[in-house]
Design a protein around this ligand. Sequence first.
Ligand code: PLP
Length: 488
Amino acid sequence: MSAFGSSASYWRQIDRRMGVAEPATLDGAVSAGRRTPDAGVTHQGMAPLSRRLLPDTAEVVAGDSLSIGGVEVATVAEEVGTPVFIYDEEHLRSRCREARRAFGDGVSFASKAFLCRAMARIANDEGMMIDVASGGELYVALRAGVPPERLVMHGSNKSTDELVLALDVGIGRIVVDSFDEIERLNRLLGRVAPATRPRVLVRVNPGVEVSTHASIATGREDSKFGFSLVSGAAAEAVDLLASRHSPVDLVGLHTHIGSQIFDLSAFGRTIDSLAPLVVTTGLTELCVGGGLGVAYTGDQREPPSLADWATAVRDACRVAGIPDSVRITAEPGRAVAATSAVTCYRIGAIKSVPLPSTDGVRTYVSVDGGMSDNLRPALYDSRYEAFLPRAVTASRPFAVTVAGKHCESGDILVRNGHLPQDAAVGDLLATPVTGAYGYAMASNYNKLLRPPVVFVGDGRYRVVTRGETYEDLLSLDVDEPALSHCVP
Ligand SMILES: Cc1ncc(COP(=O)(O)O)c(C=O)c1O
């Protein structure tokens, strides 16, 4: 078994060879993935997997086998089955602590990235609040034992039932998103005693463009989220909620400009836009939302850390004249959970098809999961890498397309992937950086079973969400009465 130290230095060499910046270097890192015209081979893909795509406690054991949290990935796959999400508990805890250190009290974990009771408990234990975006997320967090005052309720169309649940339990904050929601709150609350008024923030759309996929850019003018700053709707919402007759306690502003953001200046521009409203209203909280990016592939540059992000946000607030007394918070999801997990699949078929237009071939490596456990490639064209957990530091000259098992041509998990030359049917194949928006977006499409979620740490593993069974697929069906019973 090689010690963590030696595998770390091995991987540092690999990262250097690929031109990946050391973690301390934030800007000017490279995009090394050049494409050949035929089968879309990226040169960096020939190299072994970059260490920084793996969870913190990953190490190489027993020759070249991947272990996380002191447990061999192959052991989990053998005993629990595949596909399986394997999360490094220490990695999750460490990112939660880092977020809490960086922003202080009030920073929330965006549970939409990944939620089960075990995750909610970790975020809560490590001092984060938790943001929920539906009654379902609220329910899971409450059932995990998270105190209601540590929860923040989001949603662009909260139903009356969701608001009633949030108000009944005494939720910590509600982020108000529309004039209709203000009316709904007024109706529900009537005239309540000041002590029991819910604390609310106004979600403001700052009209800021960020460089990310269109479907995850939320702060531009044409968006379903929040109140427009430019049109004056945000100021109007603030006036309504802060008025003498308002049944809520307006404490601050909230914004979220999008996700997978590497360029921190986008937050600076957002804060510049919001500052006049914060200053003139004397509000005491400003939440800048989530959005900090992560590297999904070895050729992506190193993203800023949570601490860098918090520093940039604080500096921008100071420059924009926002008083130090204003509580500045954030809601990272991806930056906490994404790199903490790998998804492990089993290869079931390998098929090479000719590509007449290029005289090349494409090799499809089919695994036993797909778009039902990772929708991001189909939804956002997201790029991932693949590797074999039994040969984690091996070079990967075999150009492959990793396909899922759904009846859907778009069910591709990894385009332009690379594997060791001897990858074969029966091998375990893993995709790193799948801890955020993977399980959270999982479905039963084609009646595939949603995979189990396993947490590893201290040499042990525990199943925190069991895998579904065929019987689960029937659990919501209502037995139909015989047709004759329906006829009067
Ligand atoms: C309001 C809000 N906050 C936080 C987040 C988390 O974003 P990320 O996972 O990119 O940090 C999202 C993501 O959609 C969001 O909509």
